[in-house]
Design a protein around this ligand. Sequence first.
Ligand code: UTP
Length: 464
Amino acid sequence: MPYRLRDSLQQQLEVWGQNHVLERLQALDELERRRLARQLEALDLAAASRASLAGPEAPIGTLLPPEVERHPTRGGRADLHGEAHAAGESELAEGRVAILLVAGGEGTRLGHDGPKGTFPIGPVSDRSLFGLFAQQLRALGRRFGHTPPWAVMTSPGNDLATRRAFAEQDFFGLEESSVLFFCQAEAPCLDAAGQLLFAARDRILTSPEGHGGVLPALVRSGVCADLAEREVVHLFHHQVDNPLVPVGDPTLVGFRVIRGCEIASKVIAKRASDERVGTWASTGNGPRVVEYTELPATLGRETDASGALRLWAGSINVHVLGRELVERVAAEAASALPYHASPKPLRALDADGRHIELDGFKLERFVFDAVPMAKACVLVEALREREYAPVKSASGAESPASARGALDRRDRAWLAEAGLSAPEGLPIELDLSVFDGPEAVRRRGLGSIEEAGEAILTAGAGPS
Ligand code: UTP
């Protein structure tokens, strides 16, 4: 029987003004029509049709600086941080924490051939981003007697290559059964007039639906249910492009516990009003994040009496999420996590079937849109030099070179805190599965860095 598009889908496309897609369906042969129809049915066209292409939909309203637990070196309470750290350590020891890595992005700006997580970043070892995170997971396993399950989100374009990279590296020394891959959904791309585009005669142009896709994908894939069976309560969420993140940081986990919140999130002081990070702000109904593309520049530039940025708190997308919150948000993802449109260069077919470059929009869900659905949220300040060094572009301020520099400086600071020094001028690198912080270096009681053998690499020596 010839394929018929569902009436509701046909209507949806008509109301949305996408008649060219219906015309295309008519022009295709049976097999192609089925292929295109199946793809259309899998996309969240309702959410896509609601995306605003003209910036934020609603006026942004009054935004106040949010309440933040400041870092102990910046006026915060050391005793409270200590209490949170101890609470987080006991959750890790009870096996109630999983690590949730979002690695579904296309990494277009970096231009690396392969999943971004395979990018070599270790200052001496050239270990990949995945490899550095895996070292930290191994350290958690050693310290707490439980290696947290590692939920890794991919997207259709990099799923196979990501799984292959893990297999080729023997899962970076982790148990294969503790790594749980799941694949996120895609969203349609739009041209400047909001029209759906074609990547092929019978395929709509799509891209991964943003890091917010992690919440519905976790549940849809069954990984959330798997984590529930493993009695995981807290999901430590971080991005693949920040090699400096302290994976599974007990203090952040513990703040969620001692404050009884559904989300605990890290903030850093923004470098400048136009830094490309989300901004944490309080709306009167609790905190939220405004993406940098959606924060009016005048508001972002406002300063307080001391000349400091009024909205100073930047988001680095490091959160500890309650598993139950994830389940709740996923159930309402279509409405709770709207698509945001970001202007991007695209490659699609023109009316004559030729590939062209054009300016259009990718549609993305943001994970921090879940914050207003949380029963409560606690924000904890992190030090940029210890926790945030993004790898976004091939060169410049957020590049592999800047991130390697930050890793090197952090490792030297840890050594210095333990009374050790490393030769200047040549990169060094600590094996994070052995030394997961200054305390671990101190405990080893080393007289010099040479005594650590391959656990401290200096330029010239290879990885173990
Ligand atoms: P970015 O927003 O920097 O995007 O991702 P990107 O795709 O990596 O890079 P560009 O913009 O194409 O250059 C921030 C984090 O969110 C993840 C990325 O993998 C990265 O960890 N992400 C982004 C997803 O998991 N899925 C997405 O659809 C988008």
